[in-house]
Design a protein around this ligand. Sequence first.
Ligand SMILES: O=C(O)C1=C[C@@H](OP(=O)(O)O)[C@@H](O)[C@H](O)C1
Ligand SMILES: C=C(OP(=O)(O)O)C(=O)O
Length: 426
Amino acid sequence: MSELWPAPRPHDPVDRRVSLPGSKSLTNRALVLAAIADGPSVVRRPLRSRDTLLMAAALTSLGTGIEDTGDGDWAVTPGAWDRDADVDCGLAGTVMRFVPPVVGLARGTVRFDGDPHMRLRPVRQMLAALGALGVRIDDGGRGALPFAVHGTGTVPGGTVTIDASASSQFVSALLLAGARYEHGVDVRHVGKPVPSLPHIEMTVQMLRQHGVEVDDADANRWAVASGTVKAVDHDIEPDLSNAAPFLALGAATGGRVTVTDWPASTTQPGDELREILTLMGCEVTLADGDLTVVGPDRLHGVDLDLHDVGELTPAVAALCALADSPSHLRGVAHIRGHETDRITALAAELGRLGADVTEREDGLDIRPATLHGGTFHTYADHRMAHAGVILGLAVDDVLVEDIATTSKTFPDFATAWSTAVHGASS
Ligand SMILES: O=C(O)C1=C[C@@H](OP(=O)(O)O)[C@@H](O)[C@H](O)C1
Ligand SMILES: C=C(OP(=O)(O)O)C(=O)O
C-alpha cells in the first residue's frame, strides 16, 4: 500500500491568504494552440504539474520548441512536425484527447499510451470522429489506449457527428485542431447532454483569442472555420477547481480563507464554488481579485446538479459529509470515467469514515452522520486526495493514501496544504 499521510487538522478557525498555481485546463489549451500557431508566443505563469509537463513533452516530441524563459514562463515555438514519436498520456484526459487531432497535421506515426487506468478512460467516440474527419488511427479495434495516429501533414476535416456525453474533451479536442484542417470542422453532438460545457466555452473563447472563427450559436453544434491560428501570448489564471480544498478550509472550520488573483470573469468551472459555498452557508465575497470565504458554524447540505462542473464533485461531496442536513449531488454519471470511478470511490471512502452515503447512477446522496478517522483511499485521483484532506479538517486521524497523486495538477500540494492549515512556520 502507498504511504499514508496524516491529514492536518487545525485547532482553531483559520485566517489565511492563499495564492494558487495556474489552471491545468487553460495551460494545456494554451500549449496546444501555441504549438499550431503561426509564430512563437509565450504562456505566462503556466501550471507546471504532471498533466501539463506531459502535454509539453508530447508537443516537444512532435517537434515543438518549449523553453523556460527563466522567470517561470514558457516560450513556445511551432516546429516542423516531421517525425515519429511516443506520447505518454499519464492519467491526463487533456493529453489523450487534445493531442491526437493535432497529430493529423504532423508527418509521422505517433503512438499513445498512459497509466494503466488511462486505458479504461473513454476516447472511442473521439477516435471514430477523428477517423471520419480523415485522420488514420490504429487502435486495434479497442477504442482505447494504446493507439497510433498516422499523420500525413494535412487533414480534410468537415462535418462530423459525435456522442460527446462521456466527455466534453472530445469536442474541445476537435475544435482546437479544426482551424488547421482543410475544411475546418463542424462538430454536431448527438446523445445525452454533453457534460462540462464551461470547458467547451473555454475552448471557444481561447480559439477566438487566436483569431479563429467559431460558430457556437446553436446548442450541440460548434463550427470552426479553416484558417490561421494567430500566435498570441496567454496569462494563465489560477486553477479555480484546485481552489476547492483551500476554500473548504475556511468553510469547514468556521474560519476565513482568501484566494488571491481570482478572475473577475472566467470560463473556469471552479468559479461556481462561489455559488455552491454560499448555498452551504458560507459568506463569500469577491473584491479586487480576492475571493474570501468565511465558514458558518455548521455547513448546510445542498441539492445540486453538478453536470457542468463535475470535477468539483469530490470536494463538494466531502463538504456535504460535514453538513448538518442531507445533500443530493446529481447529474454526474460521466465522472465514473474520470481518473477513477469517482461516484463509487466517493461512496466507498466517505462511507469508510462513517458517512451515510447512497451511491446513485448519476451521483450521491449524503446524510449527516458522525465521522471517525481511518484510511482514505485515493485511487491515483488528485481530487479524491482533496476530498480526503477536507474530511481531515473536521475529523481526527484521517490518513490519506498517496497524497503525492495530487501532483497531477498541483506541485507539492502536501506542503501548500499543511501551510494553509497550520500557517507558515516562522
Ligand atoms: O477540457 C478540460 O480541460 C476538462 C474538461 C472536463 O472533462 P469532462 O468533460 O471529461 O468532465 C473536466 O472534468 C476536466 O477536468 C478538464
Ligand atoms: C477529470 C479531470 O481530469 P482530466 O483532464 O484528466 O480529465 C480532473 O482534473 O478532474
